[in-house]
Design a protein. Sequence first.
Length: 218
Amino acid sequence: MSYESFVQGLQPVADDGGRITFDVVDGAVVEFAGRARNDDRPHVLVIDEIKRANVPKVLGELIYLLEYRGDEDALKLQYQKPDQTFSLPENLRFLATMNTADRSLRSIDAAIRRRFSVFELAPNPDALIAFYAEPGNYCEVDDLVEGFEMLNQRLEDDIDRHHRVGHTFFMHEHFSDRRLKATWYRQIVPLLDEFFFDAPDQAASYQLDEFWPSTADV
C-alpha cells in the first residue's frame, strides 16, 4: 500500500457529468480511526506482511501518532486543510505480521520497531493436535505430528529456526495420505528448493518417507 491508500490522499473521482476531479479521500487508517473514535470497544487494524511495504513512507505521521495518542498530540496530515488535524484514538490497536525468513526484504526501521511489541508465532505441533481433536476434523496420517517436528528440527539444524515450516500446511478438514503427498510435492518441496537454491543436492536429500514413514507403502 501507499501513504495515500493507507492514511489519506488525492484520488480521482467522477461527478454526475463524467468529469474527473481529484478529491482528498480517507485511507484505511483514517476511516477506521473514525469508527473507533465513536465506539468505546477495542478496535484492531490488522496489517498483513508489513515488511512488504516501504513502512516509514506508508506510515508517515503515524510513526509519531502510534505512540502519542489523543487530541492533545494531534498532527496535520499531508493532505488536510490548514485548520484540520488528526489523532489516533486510544482504543485503536495495530496488529502486524511479517515473515522473518524472507531476507530479501528490508528490515524494520528502528523507530517503528520501538513502537511495537514483538512476539514470535513459531510452528506449533500442539496446534495440529488441537485442530484434529475438534469434531469434524480427521487425520489419517498417524505420524503427522512426529514428522512435522522432525522436518522442522532438520530445517533448524541445516539453516535456522526462521526457515521452519508452519503447521497450517498440514491443517485440513480431512488430511489423508494423498493430501500429505500433495502438500509435500506442491508446497514443501518448492519451498525447500528456494531455501537451498544454491545447494540443490541438499534440497533433494529431504524425502517424504524420511519424516513420514507411514507413507512409504502408500
